[in-house]
Design a protein around this ligand. Structure first.
Ligand SMILES: [Zn+2]
Length: 104
C-alpha cells in the first residue's frame, strides 16, 4: 500500500451511516479490518474434548479507513484508549524536567 498521511480518529465519531470521509465527505474509501467468529472449546484436564465454531455469526471490525480523495489513512481508536493516551501525555509532560509547553 502506498504511503499516506495518517490521522487518529475516534471510532464513535467516524461517520458510518453512510460511511464517508469525515473531512471531504467522499465515499471512495478502503475499509481495513478484521472478521471475528465465535467459538467454544470444552476443556477437561487440560485437553480440548469438544469444540464448536459458529460459522453463521461473523463480526466485522474496521480498524482503518483510507480516503482516496484526501489520501489520508484514518486510524480508528476507541474513545477510552484516546483518553488514556491523552492522560498519559499530560502526565509525562508534568514529570518532564523541561515540558514542551515551557520551551516556547
Ligand atoms: Zn476525504
Amino acid at each position: 500500500m502506498a504511503r499516506y498521511n495518517t490521522r487518529v480518529w475516534i471510532t464513535e465519531d467516524f461517520p458510518h451511516d453512510p460511511v464517508c470521509c469525515p473531512i471531504c465527505k467522499g465515499q471512495d474509501l478502503r475499509l481495513i479490518g478484521c472478521v471475528y467468529r465465535a467459538f467454544e472449546y470444552e476443556v477437561q484436564k487440560g485437553l480440548i474434548v469438544s469444540s464448536k465454531l459458529d460459522m453463521s455469526e461473523m463480526t466485522e471490525q474496521v480498524h482503518q479507513v483510507l480516503c482516496y480523495t484526501c489520501e489520508i489513512l484514518f486510524l480508528l481508536e476507541d474513545k477510552e484508549l484516546a483518553q488514556l493516551r491523552e492522560a498519559n501525555f499530560i502526565l509525562a509532560e508534568q514529570l518532564s524536567p523541561t515540558p514542551k509547553s515551557r520551551l516556547v
